[in-house]
Design a protein around this ligand. Sequence first.
Ligand SMILES: [Zn+2]
Length: 447
Amino acid sequence: MSRLDHRAQPPADLLIRGARVLDPREGIDREHDVLVRDGEIAEIGAPNSIDAPDGAEVLDGEGRHLFPGFVDPHVHLRTPGQEHKEDLDSGTRAAAAGGYVAVVAMPNTDPTVDSAPVLLSLREAARREARIPVGFMASITRGLGGEALTEMAELAQAGALGFTDDGKPVHRAGILRKALQYQRLAGRVICLHEEDPTLSGRGVMHEGEVSARLGLAGIPSISESTLIARDASLAGYEDGRIHIQHLSARESVAAIAEAKARGVKITAEASPHHLTLTHEALLERLDTRLKMNPPLRSEDDRQALIAGLLDGTIDCIATDHAPHAREEKEVPFEEAPMGTTGLETAFAAVYTELVLPGVLPLELVVDKLSAGAALVDLPLPAVRRGEPANLCLLDLESSFEVGEAGYESRSENCCFAGRRLHGRVLATVAAGAVAYRRRALSVVGAA
Ligand SMILES: [Zn+2]
């Protein structure tokens, strides 16, 4: 994972005893002992079959689950420029607490990550501050201005994992077409925030019955889906590779399915909040933590996203973790910035709202929470001998109220705040080192 950076940590020597190991891609779903030696998965055996070597710490996995660690291809770490919301240390601490072993940060920072020097200095900062490996995307256009392309080949050379103007669409088709042509040289995926600003207008929530009742300006679903259709067409024509970010509407899922069917190299992600919440939540309380872009849509849209995950139209789950300071969100709904945090609650939200009621199988969720690695050409974490340890240990029985004990993130704008969720991350091992450990985690002993 040489295009990812983090602060080097001592490699773990760890025996996780008797956890239910679930790695759908490896075809594993049973109790095992897993031995990590010098940061590498050294042995996988029947429960109580592996002796703890000298100096190894033993974690009690009984009644707990061990998954390949999660990978998030879409987070906002807000650095450089907005460290009052988040930074590399706090953002990756939140990620590790959510079971993540790698995250990909978006370039809509201040300055924008649109040149090799900005990217290289961020990568250097990550080697000092990040607790888990972080990769960076660079912008498609300079300063996210939508006019002039960045030096994509040079940015790829400098380690950009992909290109995106996330937060904004690439409004002009001709510019995206050019980016797709340069992609042949630069490689790397082009990720797209799909929204037609002439349709979104001044909308602050989904356009539908609820916006009408509340008297708020709406963002129609077609704002997203019409641009997806346009961009899928462009990608097909130029034989480029695109990824659609934070899918929210039924029409969008249909547009992607249609493009995939005709062979366009297109992938898509959905967020835990779009999969589990709808605009109805705003009827209970006009809470600015429920304001994000794209907005929470209707139950029909949510069902389409779930169906898209099940049939493979949607490739992965990404949080779009978007921290904002409290005072920025504590303003009238119309004025609040868009975005919710999500790294610390992603698994628990999806597990509680979709796995427990039997809507999605657990193995599908575990797969989709790390499948995003593939779209940025990173290896998928695997519970396999000889692999670097990228693991998370969870207690699915244990529940918690979101926010009751604060957050690891610097920001508190979590759309799930106050909800009781099941499925607690107990420990995360990222790139072979322990990146997170819950205080209450019982340690059987150190040999
Ligand atoms: Zn985003």
